[in-house]
Design a protein around this ligand. Structure first.
Ligand code: ZN
Length: 189
C-alpha cells in the first residue's frame, strides 16, 4: 500500500457459478487471475480492489463458451475496469454535467476520467423503455446558425425528440408531417 492508494484484497468463494452463455452451473475451476477494478476513493486516496476471480469450465457440450470468468454481481462486469459503484457515480456526474464540466468534476472527486470516457459510459447505458409516440411533430434543426442540416421528429405529448433525420431523408418523413406538422417548419424555410 502506498500513501496515495488503498488496496483492498478480495476473492470469491461461491461453490458453483452459472455459465453466462447457457446458464448451466459449473463447479470445475479452470484457473484464476487477478483483476484490479478501481473503486470510489476513500479519505482522499485512490482505492483499487485486488480481486481474484476464477475461470470455470462449462460442461454443457452445446455451449459456445468452453470456459467463463465469474463476475461478482454489484461489483464487477465483464471487461469492466471500475467497480459498479464507481461506474454509476461517474455516470451520474456525466448525466448531470456532460463532457467537459463532468470530466473536471471527476478530478475533484479524485477519480479523474476524460470527457470521452464519461460520454462513453453514458452511451453504454441501456435505452430507457419508451412508449411509441401517438402524435409526432416535425421540425428542422440546424447545427450552425442559419444553416438547416436535418429534420427532427418530436413526440408532441412528451415534447421529447424521437429521431433525427439527415436533411436528405426529409422526404421520408412526409407522412409524419401530415399528422401534425409544427408551425416552425414552414417559417424556417
Ligand atoms: Zn455454458
Amino acid at each position: 500500500m502506498s500513501d496515495t492508494v488503498v488496496r483492498v484484497e478480495a476473492r470469491t468463494n461461491a461453490g458453483r457459478v452459472a455459465c453466462p452463455g447457457c446458464g448451466c452451473w459449473s463447479m470445475r475451476i479452470h484457473g484464476s487471475y487477478l483483476r484490479f477494478p478501481r473503486d470510489l476513493p476513500t479519505a482522499g486516496k485512490l482505492v483499487v480492489v485486488s480481486l481474484r476471480v476464477r475461470r470455470f469450465v462449462c460442461a454443457e457440450e452445446s455451449c459456445e463458451r468452453k470456459t467463463f470468468a465469474e463476475q461478482v454481481p454489484g461489483l464487477t462486469r465483464r471487461f469492466g475496469r471500475r467497480t459498479e459503484r464507481l461506474r454509476s457515480t461517474l455516470v451520474s456526474v456525466g448525466l448531470a454535467l456532460a463532457g467537459r464540466a463532468g470530466a473536471r468534476m471527476t478530478g475533484a472527486f479524485k477519480v479523474p476520467v476524460s470527457r470521452n470516457t464519461l460520454l462513453r459510459l453514458i452511451a453504454s447505458l441501456p435505452d430507457p423503455a419508451v412508449a411509441a409516440p401517438r402524435v409526432v411533430g416535425v421540425d428542422e434543426y440546424a447545427q450552425r446558425k442559419g444553416r438547416v442540416h436535418g429534420t427532427v421528429l418530436v413526440d408532441v405529448e412528451t415534447r421529447r425528440p424521437v429521431d433525427l433525420l439527415p436533411d436528405r431523408e426529409r422526404e421520408g418523413s412526409a407522412s409524419f408531417a401530415a399528422i401534425e406538422p409544427s408551425r416552425s417548419m414552414n417559417s424556417l424555410r
